[in-house]
Design a protein around this ligand. Structure first.
Ligand SMILES: [Zn+2]
Length: 400
């Protein structure tokens, strides 16, 4: 069952409890840390200032802003957000039980010094970097990946390899970045809010100014906090205009800085950027050959396409003509990434359980590794037949 984003009275009550627990902790810092803590406190806005900004930003938005955002998320398939569940867990620890894993612990720790109003401010804009990248980012301007461009070379090479490997008939797929710094850019933040919430130009400009004021704080890494970009997306318009005024957009893969930083922080920096990109490219293979549709419906349908993307990813990553990575490293990545699924997807059918995701990846690895001709590539139309035949055994042990 999905829980809608609701800024309820219960959350505001929790806010008071939350700030009360935070204040004593700040008072106990060691002497040598005090000057740094004071500098940080001086540069961060007070909880009252953040609350006032939250009120201003909500006053700007249409009354139905939450349902608008949810409708767009559903249309684009963004409605299961690991980032949002982690923020909501930080606000109401009882309601969202994410698994305890190194990756989730890393994100949770990054949120723990934010007050409730800071977290509520975060929730209002959480998907805006994704929307900005989908609607406005284009590879006609040079893309850099990572806050300091640290993933650019790897992703560019892997993207080139993926295009060669899968050799899709799709005319154009763009690889674009997602940076949290759009939140401190009044123009970009305003543009993102405008396409989601249908703001007028004046409202969008005001939203952009407020966003820049809120997120240009040390506690948000001046917009670069990983929670804002803890996401990756594979997009195909299907010939529709999804963002008003933006026309029919090219297919895009959006890579968020934050999710790559998180996996790097838990020791998977050598494999995570390639593996996430290969999974998202797997969805492009599905779009190109019309593989999204099957006899399945509801969670079973999306579980099939997600597990298939995991299989496409592992096949490419371990194939001698593809990423040529060691299965051990790919499996380590799958473990970290599929555990995240526990947190993000409260319906276990939606993306598959961690066991099912691992078996789908193993299946892809064996398909690459056990082949008679090691150089041969099984392309999308043949791959999907083999995958669909194997799917019952991939899901079986956890099918319940
Ligand atoms: Zn996916």
């Amino acid at each position: 069952v999905k829980k809608p984003v609701l800024l309820t009275a219960a959350m505001v009550t929790a806010a008071l409890a939350f700030s009360l627990t935070v204040v004593p902790a700040q008072a106990q810092v060691a002497p040598e840390a005090t000057s740094r803590a004071q500098a940080t406190a001086a540069a961060n806005l007070t909880p009252e200032q953040n609350a006032a900004l939250l009120k201003q930003i909500k006053d700007l938005l249409p009354a139905d802003y939450q349902s608008r955002s949810q409708a767009l998320e559903q249309k684009l398939g963004l409605d299961d957000s690991a980032a949002r569940n982690l923020v909501q867990q930080a606000i109401n620890p009882g309601d969202y039980q994410c698994a305890t894993t190194p990756l989730i612990d890393w994100v949770t720790a990054s949120l723990k010094d934010m007050s409730i109003n800071d977290l509520l401010n975060v929730l209002v804009v959480l998907q805006l970097p994704t929307y900005y990248s989908l609607a406005y980012e284009s590879d006609s301007t040079p893309q850099t990946f990572g806050v300091n461009g640290e993933y650019s070379t790897t992703l560019e090479h892997t993207f080139k390899d993926l295009k060669r490997f899968w050799n899709l008939p799709t005319p154009e797929i763009q690889l674009v970045a997602m940076h949290g710094s759009i939140l401190t850019d009044p123009v970009k933040a305003g543009e993102a809010a405008q396409v989601v919430y249908g703001l007028t130009d004046e409202q969008a400009a005001a939203f952009g100014e407020l966003s820049a004021e809120i997120f240009d704080q040390p506690q948000f890494d001046f917009g670069n906090h990983p929670i804002f970009t803890f996401n990756s997306v594979s997009y195909a318009s299907g010939g529709k205009e999804d963002f008003p005024g933006r026309g029919v957009l090219p297919n895009k893969i959006v890579m968020g800085d934050g999710v790559m930083d998180g996996l790097k922080a838990v020791g998977l920096g050598d494999v995570a950027p390639q593996a996430i990109l290969a999974h998202e490219f797997g969805h492009q293979v599905q779009y190109a050959y019309g593989q999204m549709d099957s006899d399945l419906t509801g969670p079973e349908a999306s579980r099939r396409t997600e597990l298939m993307a995991d299989a496409y990813s592992a096949y490419f990553l371990t194939h001698p003509q593809g990423g040529h990575l060691l299965w051990k490293r790919v499996a380590d990545f799958e473990t970290a990434f599929s555990d995240l699924g526990d947190c993000a997807f409260s319906d276990p059918g939606h993306h598959g359980t961690p066991n099912q995701r691992m078996r789908a990846a193993e299946w892809g690895y064996h398909l690459a590794n056990d082949a008679q001709q090691q150089g041969h590539i099984i392309h999308g139309p043949e791959f999907v037949k083999l995958f669909d035949a194997a799917l019952p055994s991939i899901v079986a042990p956890d099918a319940g």
